[in-house]
Design a protein around this ligand. Sequence first.
Ligand SMILES: Nc1ncnc2c1ncn2[C@@H]1O[C@H](COP(=O)(O)OP(=O)(O)OP(=O)(O)O)[C@@H](O)[C@H]1O
Ligand SMILES: [Mg+2]
Length: 401
Amino acid sequence: MSRIFKNEAALTPEYIPDRLPYREEKLRLLKTYFGGFLERPGSMYPKVILIGRPGSGKTVTSRKFGEYVVKATNGRVKYVHVSCFLNRTLNSVLRDIGVQLNIPIPKRGFSTEELLKMILEMVRDKDLYAVIALDDVFHLVNSNNGPMALGTLIRLGEEYQSRNDSYRFGLILISQDLVFKEQLDRSSQSSLGNNIITFEPYTKDQIFDILLDRAREAFVDNAYDEEILKMIADVAGVDSEGGNKDEYRGDARYAIDILWRAAKLAEMRNADRIMPEHVREAIKSTLRGIRYDELRMLPLHEKIFLLAIVRSLRRNPNSPYVLFGQAENEYQMLCEQYKQEPRKHTQLWQYLMDMNSKGFVEIRPSGRGMRGRSTLISIPSEPLATLDDELTKIIEGDLGL
Ligand SMILES: Nc1ncnc2c1ncn2[C@@H]1O[C@H](COP(=O)(O)OP(=O)(O)OP(=O)(O)O)[C@@H](O)[C@H]1O
Ligand SMILES: [Mg+2]
């Protein structure tokens, strides 16, 4: 029996708490926008955009709304949540929608157009209604043909009307900002409309309240002091006067992560409660600019290449940049160490572009042409030692070491 945890799951990213303090108003807005659709499914095609910084509660609020959708309509309207981080092509988004709607979709051998047609027809034949949330939609837009793919998805809901059927879908698009919208063609933009709900970064007091709920859920009595939660809220929240504009602040995920790590440390050290020193140590080992779940989901060799970039940057602490060529050499050494067949230059270049679009690394072309070994790479958002530890752990886990 743990002396600290009563229900550790309450601190995991998937957990949906009973209530969402400070997001009641956002939920109410969603209910308003979707009210007509939920009362009379098929009568209209609502579309809403949720934007806000990382950890401001967009995903959890949308999922919570999803629970409401199903409950309020007795299951008549379903809720489908698609991660565009995991599904970066139209084909893969459509497959995921199909799976979640229980539409049998053959594993392979069908083009995107055929899939689209299949879903359209099956949804009508099975008389389904659904609210579809496309989460982190900028990942989709940033991929090949992304803007067209999103345009197609937006218009998917309109297809039915032109076929003399009722509207089958409502749409929620989730993103950190509105850049994705500008990348769409005119007609998709206007069809998408302007129902935007903005999620502000959380203040210190708000983070404290969120942590308090989680701590009550997760820990045994007396395993923590409220001051511990305040201490975390101080580093994670923005000042209520708006003085602190640090772009990583206001992030509830970061705060919950620190709390979980501090509790784990306390447990590991056989302490009977979480102490300030556990929190300090946890803060040092918590990533800020990069999300663990995103890190974990990178392809193995992209992780190894990222570790190579980290290692080469650490070799040369006076410079913020490392040359692509240096990172490539380091990568080859790592592959040897991990007994992996190294990927080719062009593949590594693809990985670099991908990590750049995710904001894990920054790149700067150096004089002698892009794509080359002389491109400069930097990692401004994360202490390298933390990233090194974390990546090494994840990679060794992947390799079963
Ligand atoms: N108001 C809240 N009450 C309780 N928990 C919250 C609240 N807001 C966020 N959280 C929790 O904080 C974490 C981050 O929230 P969420 O994943 O919804 O952020 P996000 O806005 O989707 O961030 P990102 O843009 O990085 O995807 C989750 O564990 C979520 O459950
Ligand atoms: Mg999210």
